[in-house]
Design a protein around this ligand. Structure first.
Ligand SMILES: [Zn+2]
Length: 243
């Protein structure tokens, strides 16, 4: 392998950069999800209230029609009452009219309560719509914020990732697995051994290990204290290896 340690250093630095991008986004994706869910909920709530209001209005229209019909019936019965031939018939019609009036009063009082209900629903609907508007505004702002951050980043992230892939090809499968294993716990998985100590945890490195490190650039050495992959000061790194 053409000095894979060097490429591991590059990969580690690329990963650090990629981590920084993630951090910039912060909790934004999670926040967006929550706001979207709230927005959907609010839309459903408005629809539900609108449906109830429609039903209430339909009921009011039907009740109004029922009242008209009852009035009609009563009128007809009154007319008939003038033409009855005996008391029995007269009483029967009186009873019927009474029954109609009771029904009429019952519907009238129902309509009063329906009217109060309608007023309350209208007020509730207004509030729900206002709330929906506010959530929508919030959602749009957050979406814009997210788009701005991620579109600025997208190009650079793409470039970093493609570079990383390129470097990964220069490293053996085994070393790459070692790197990933260390990085699972420690973000800065590859560190410089400077003045005989690990710059990851600052513990001392035995001098004979430093010598081995210098002389075996094709082999991986790990800090005995923290487990990070070490590279010696002698390792030649290209400055601005990215560009
Ligand atoms: Zn260490």
């Amino acid at each position: 392998m053409d000095n894979e340690l060097k490429y591991l250093v590059y990969i580690s630095q690329l990963d650090t950069r990629l981590d920084e991008f993630e951090e910039d986004l912060g909790g934004l994706p999670e926040q967006l999800k929550t706001i979207r869910q709230n927005y959907e909920k609010q839309i459903a709530m408005v629809k539900e209230t609108e449906k109830i209001l429609r039903d209430v209005r339909k009921f009011a229209v039907n009740s109004k029609q029922a009242l008209d019909d009852l009035k009609d019936k009563e009128q007809k019965l009154s007319d008939r009452q003038f033409r009855v031939r005996n008391n029995k018939e007269f009483d029967a019609i009186t009873k019927e009219i009474e029954h109609i009036r009771q029904e009429y009063n019952k519907i009238t009082s129902e309509m009063r309560s329906i009217s109060v209900k309608e007023d309350n629903l209208i007020e509730m609907l207004e509030m729900q719509k206002q709330e929906r508007l506010e959530i929508e505004k919030d959602l749009k702002e957050k979406e814009k914020e997210y788009e701005t951050i991620s579109s600025d980043q997208n190009e650079e992230i793409k470039e970093l990732k493609s570079k990383k892939k390129e470097f990964e090809k220069k490293v053996s499968r085994r070393s790459l697995d070692d790197y990933k294993r260390v990085r699972h716990h420690l973000k800065d998985a590859v560190v410089l051994a400077k003045r005989n100590s690990c710059t990851g945890c600052y513990s001392a490195i035995p001098p004979q290990k430093i010598v081995m490190l210098r002389n075996n650039l094709d082999k991986l050495f790990f800090c005995e204290n923290c487990g990070r992959i070490l590279y010696p000061e002698e390792l030649v790194l290209e400055e601005n290896f990215l560009f």
